[in-house]
Design a protein around this ligand. Sequence first.
Ligand code: GTP
Ligand code: SPV
Ligand code: MN
Length: 579
Amino acid sequence: MKKSVSDFVAFCADLMQPEKTVWIDGSKRQIDELNKTAVSTQEFVALNKEKLPNCFLHRSAPNDVARIESRTFICSRTKEQAGPTNNWMEPNEAYKLLSDISRGCMKGRTMYVIPYSMAPIGSPFAKYGIEVTDSIYVVTSMTIMTRVSNKILDVIGDDFVRGIHSKAELDAEKRYICQFPQDNTIWSVNSGYGGNVLLGKKCFALRIASNLARDEGWLAEHMLIVGITRPDGKKYYIAGAFPSACGKTNLAMLIPPKEYLERGYKVETIGDDIAWIRVGKDGALYAANPEYGFFGVAPGTNMKTNANAMLSCQKDSLLTNVALNPADDTVWWEGMSEAPETLIDWTGKPWHKGSETKAAHPNSRFTAPIVNCPCLSPEFENPQGVKLSAILFGGRREDTVPLVYEAKNWEHGVFVASVMASQTTAAAAGAVGVLRRDPFAMLPFCGYNMNDYFAHWLSIGKNLKNAPKIFNVNWFQKKNGRFLWPGFGDNMRVIDWIIDRCEGKEYGTQTPIGIVPKSSEINQEGLNISQEDLEQVLNVDKNLWENEVSDIERHYKKFGSKLPKELNKQLNELKQHLQ
Ligand code: GTP
Ligand code: SPV
Ligand code: MN
């Protein structure tokens, strides 16, 4: 791949033959002009100027509404480097395929060149990228999601991640999202939506960055970062990895129950999707959010479940694949409020209340500047990141996995994360509600051999003098189709127990899987749950865990002989404890 920015951009222009090239400078004036152009071509719908100032609705192609894992490839030199969980394509073959698809694909279009930074510019965490694209939706989204500035061109030299994106024909048969770790290059064609095309996000900040992190001794993770201040003024920072659409944004912006607010608890957001984590001189872990905005799931978001997200996307935001209320040019999605009588659905067709179809797509999203968030932490721009007290892992499990349990130590925590499972969601194309193992919530995002990734986590832990404690959480247990745990703000009660454990409080009961709270240790003041349901969500059922172990054995088989021996040792210990 071409070395300097100008050679790279010239290569892209020669191949894709745009009518013209426009450099994005990060100014509001330029973006305002582009948004106007997008409205004139109907790529965007301008929304109500009083209620939703500077907000636009975008509808993607109906065949292009989520990440597409089956067409996402790690193009490392060898298949072994991509490992047992990734799709792999030989890099020369991939470059040839992508070049052939891309030849002349921007004819008659404008090619935009976006210089951006992941993490605060100039901070120890910062990494820079250039994305070329033929989509204004991508330009506006990247400007919200990352730090876009022409100043970056002065500092990057040849050290930047190359990103090539073209909508091309939006042909699903020729859709590819390829990462080339050895070249720090990403190439995405024939998609126009979300994680497939906002190349700073999953492609760079996770798939490419996980490679950089392995080589440079840090961690690039699919994690939220949240800060909690207790009434005594002490602050705690917690990171959490949950698979896509499993509650990161909601936990990051949690509003505590009124009993907690009255006592002086405060929750602040640092990040809702990605954490870059470094080992500090004190042997603790420090986390920063490399992003600059939220790309959050719309359905289910409302003033009760996540008021901070609602307030974040009411100005300067993009709304994608939600429904339009033509009465006042506002937007609506399932779970926002009582449905209006008539709407225009996410595909642009009339919709009536009570209709069989959904008005908003289940993976419809808001793209909002993080500075809009009412509970944004002042530490968000801290160039050193925040010190982590705890790391959470969790998924969407109807049974088996209790509300919370604490791992015995780092190695056990790595085991717990390596066997995480969750029901699939609409965030990725394919069936929804199917239970699958999603280690570290990184199955779709780890840019190299997952055996080596597990080993990297184990080795990071060996150098930590102040390691955060590791917990597993599950907000999603169900009985007769209903959630047993109220979730959302009430998750504060679990976080509070976790912080108590970090403070060394003698809490919990040893179980075969780890330390689980006694029901009396969960603060029930103002909590609306029956004692029976509370006991149920804290229960560790031996029979279910025996099934779980069998499934973990099947899962581990995929990793072959390269699976770190520590993890098999942990699995054997779990088996023994269950006997
Ligand atoms: P990505 O952006 O795809 O990575 O998703 P995410 O992990 O940030 O998930 P998000 O917080 O957007 O939540 C996804 C869905 O789960 C939304 O519909 C939420 O309303 C719902 N949800 C989040 N937290 C809870 C909870 O504690 N309980 C229940 N029942 N649902 C929740
Ligand atoms: C996810 O799927 O985890 C997301 C949305 O955060 S996307 O950017 O499309 O990956
Ligand atoms: Mn995500």
